[in-house]
Design a protein around this ligand. Structure first.
Ligand SMILES: C[S@@+](CC[C@H](N)C(=O)[O-])C[C@H]1O[C@@H](n2cnc3c(N)ncnc32)[C@H](O)[C@@H]1O
Length: 696
């Protein structure tokens, strides 16, 4: 029987890793159930979750077998079972290709496709722990793949993999003698060495779970071998965390996708420090640098420590100058030198330059990160395409695309044809793009003026506004209005044209050199172009989780209790055409936890240099579409890219939260735009920590 295409692709991807369909099938089935048939989670990062889950299940089977055979007195039988059945297979998988392939997968997944080889997670094939001598005779069958993340920073926990069956990571085991303790940032190698030593000494065993920054406060599990506990085995830290997280999920029914027990425990250590000491600010901020996933060379993270700046308001002008100088330096050369961790005082922060690719190889081009306080880099997960969170109704099926919504009779490049195809119907019978890959001026100007005239005419008012319905289900207020927008429709899979068709621009992804940088105006991180851009250039689309507005509302309440600092964009461009929009069709994109580079684009009132355009690609249903950014004028290299969020700074109840605007535009809509303004929350270290801790 022919397999469905997605199942077949998953099977082929695993086959390429040396994993047979018999091994893959049950694991894939389970994963699909766990992810509620959300294939994106399984497919992303080259089926990493699936590969990890299979490896874990192999390991579990291996352990089970070992338990059975240990109970069996007949050692010959044991050798038989292990050699003939699973272990034999496993040994083959490991020896033939799996560990090497897995290393490759890890390389792609963790370090980005363009990462240096030294950034690859290493695979330690030593036994994870020595079984008691009298029980263990058959060495050949007990090799366990023991994965060590090496120097790979674990600050940015991968929420997908944390929701999936865990990748075993050796627990950090510390012997009872303090002289044998290794530092918090020991890599897996040291940790597993500790396992061996402590097992040999058979003294009490301490498993360190979390620690404050400099290790003053630690959370430890203590195992006392004096008490009878036969067959006690050290669990891997990740498996342990996963188990507790699963139990939390069972008890509390809901956990944020980025919930991490380890982060919680670590935070507990930080809190102990803060409560017990007045001088907590004296500690360094090295930790956040780990989240930045810097380039690793010879196992050492590379940074350049160029500047310190003050967040004291009166000194800000001077700092801006300093930062500009340091930016110039960074732009001359993005070469990096080793970062020396500093102890900062309360008013100074480290500014680092980091030439890492924040997309981890997910985009066509590398997206670098420059001159920012690394400890303020947000812990989100980079995704290049939108992903449905849970209840959003996004029906992408060929059956829904009628003849009027595709150009099945076209071939080659639609833009080169003498008569525009049906795909140009949405844009008035003419294509929105030029053959140079730009948006046409007429189309762009129409979009810009519709946006600028927002208050005058281009608003529609829904009869039953989803936003108002969420706010007050019993007595919803009248709709406050949504901007009428022009859509672009791109050719897609059911069209007869080919991939290089000029009417396929947004779907091809980022093609301009972009960089995330720390803004000097106090807006936090921002996005800039590293190359000069003509008017009408496509920058990127706004990517995030596709949520219903109810989910967004719940999320904002649940996550912060203060309803701020999520990164949502409403997909309300076509709400006006529906009589009553069902909840699962009133959608938004939230880039707080999962998002692409667009989550760094700051707001500018009135005269922003990019504009958002709704783009239909896979489905003619206009309640889901892509939101693509195009330049509205020529933009110089190194200029910040900004868009007008269109927010009403007076409406405190809108899902997109107002902030104290520092855009600097003459058209700034916040009244006091010339006065000193509050800095955004992420400028303040404590507020940053507080907010992100609530989020993750
Ligand atoms: C989509 S994020 C932009 C990236 C953000 N600057 C960061 O560091 O992650 C939106 C948030 O950035 C800040 N922001 C954006 N534009 C701003 C502006 N013109 N003035 C002050 N803060 C701004 C606000 O806190 C806003 O909620």
């Amino acid at each position: 029987m022919e397999l469905p295409p997605r199942v077949a692709s998953a099977m082929n991807a695993m086959k390429a890793l040396g994993l047979s369909w018999e091994i893959t099938k049950p694991v894939l089935k389970d994963l699909l159930k766990v992810y509620k048939y959300n294939w994106e989670h399984i497919e992303c990062e080259n089926y990493r979750v699936l590969a990890d889950a299979i490896l874990d299940s192999l390991e579990l089977m291996d352990n089970d077998l070992k338990k059975i055979t240990r109970r069996d007195d007949d050692l010959d039988k044991k050798v038989d079972v292990e050699n003939n059945s699973f272990s034999g297979k496993r040994a083959k998988v490991e020896n033939d290709s799996f560990s090497g392939k897995r290393a490759k997968v890890e390389n792609d997944l963790f370090c980005g496709k363009r990462a240096k080889p030294s950034n690859v997670a290493c695979f330690d094939k030593r036994p994870s722990h020595e079984p008691p001598k009298n029980e263990h005779k058959n060495k050949a069958s007990t090799t366990i793949i023991n994965i060590s993340l090496g120097d790979k920073p674990r600050q940015l926990e991968n929420p997908i993999s944390s929701a999936a069956p865990p990748r075993p990571l050796p627990a950090r085991i510390v012997g009872s003698s303090s002289s044998r303790e290794s530092s918090l940032h020991d890599n897996g190698k040291n940790a597993s060495t500790d396992v061996d030593r402590s097992a040999q000494n058979s003294s009490s065993i301490r498993i360190e779970l979390a620690s404050s920054l400099s290790g003053e406060v630690r959370l430890v599990i203590l195992y006392d071998p004096a008490l009878p506990c036969p067959n006690f085995q050290i669990p891997s830290l990740e498996i342990l965390c996963k188990m507790v997280e699963d139990r939390c999920l069972k008890s509390y029914k809901i956990l944020e996708p980025h919930f991490s027990l380890l982060s919680l425990l670590k935070e507990m250590c930080h809190c102990v420090m803060e409560l017990s000491s007045n001088s907590s600010e004296e500690r360094g901020n090295i930790d956040r640098f780990q989240g930045m996933n810097p380039i690793i060379s010879n196992g050492q993270p590379e940074y350049v420590n160029l500047q310190t700046y003050s967040n004291n308001k009166s000194e800000r002008g001077k700092d801006s100058e300093d930062i500009r100088n340091s930016e110039a330096l960074a732009n001359d050369s993005l070469g990096l030198v080793v970062f020396q961790p500093q102890h900062s005082s309360s008013s100074t922060k480290t500014v680092a330059f980091c030439d890492t690719d924040i997309s981890r190889g997910e985009e066509n081009l590398k997206i670098s990160l420059a001159n920012g306080p690394a400890e303020r880099y947000p812990p989100y997960h980079y995704i290049p395409r939108n992903i449905v969170y849970q209840n959003a109704y996004v029906n992408i099926s060929l059956a829904r695309i009628g003849d009027e919504d595709c150009c099945s009779t076209c071939s080659g490049d639609c833009l080169a044809a003498s008569i525009p195809c049906p795909c140009a119907r949405e844009t008035g019978g003419d294509y929105a793009y030029t053959s140079d890959g730009l948006m046409k001026n007429e189309f762009l100007n129409a979009i810009i003026s519709m946006k600028r005239d927002r208050l005058q005419k281009h608003l529609y008012f829904c009869k039953d506004c989803p936003i108002e319905r969420i706010r007050n289900e019993m007595m919803p207020e009248p709709c406050k209005g949504h901007l009428i927008r022009k859509f672009v429709k791109e050719c897609w899979s059911k069209c007869g044209c080919n991939r290089i068709c000029g009417n396929r621009l947004v779907q091809r992804g980022i093609t301009r050199n972009l960089q995330v940088f720390w803004t000097v105006e106090g807006k936090g991180w921002g996005l800039r172009t590293l190359e000069e851009l003509p008017m009408g250039a496509f920058i990127c689309e706004y990517v995030g989780e596709i949520l219903t507005n109810t989910e967004l509302f719940d999320r904002q309440l649940l996550v912060t209790g203060k309803m701020r600092h999520t990164y949502p964009v409403l997909l309300d461009a076509d709400w006006g055409s529906e009589q009553v929009l069902k909840d699962e069709e009133a959608l938004c994109l939230d880039a707080t936890f999962y998002g692409n580079v667009a989550r760094f684009i700051n707001h500018r009132c009135g005269d922003a240099n990019i504009v958002e355009v709704p783009v239909e690609v896979e489905t003619p249903d206009h309640h889901y579409y892509h939101l693509a950014f195009f330049t509205v004028r020529k933009v110089e290299a190194l200029e910040e890219l900004t868009w007008d969020y269109g927010i009403d700074f007076d409406d405190q109840t809108h899902p997109i939260k107002a902030f104290s605007c520092r855009c600097g535009s003459k058209l700034c809509r916040t009244e006091e735009h010339k006065l000193e303004k509050d800095l955004p929350w992420f400028w303040d270290e404590n507020a940053f920590k507080e907010n992100y801790i609530q989020l993750f």
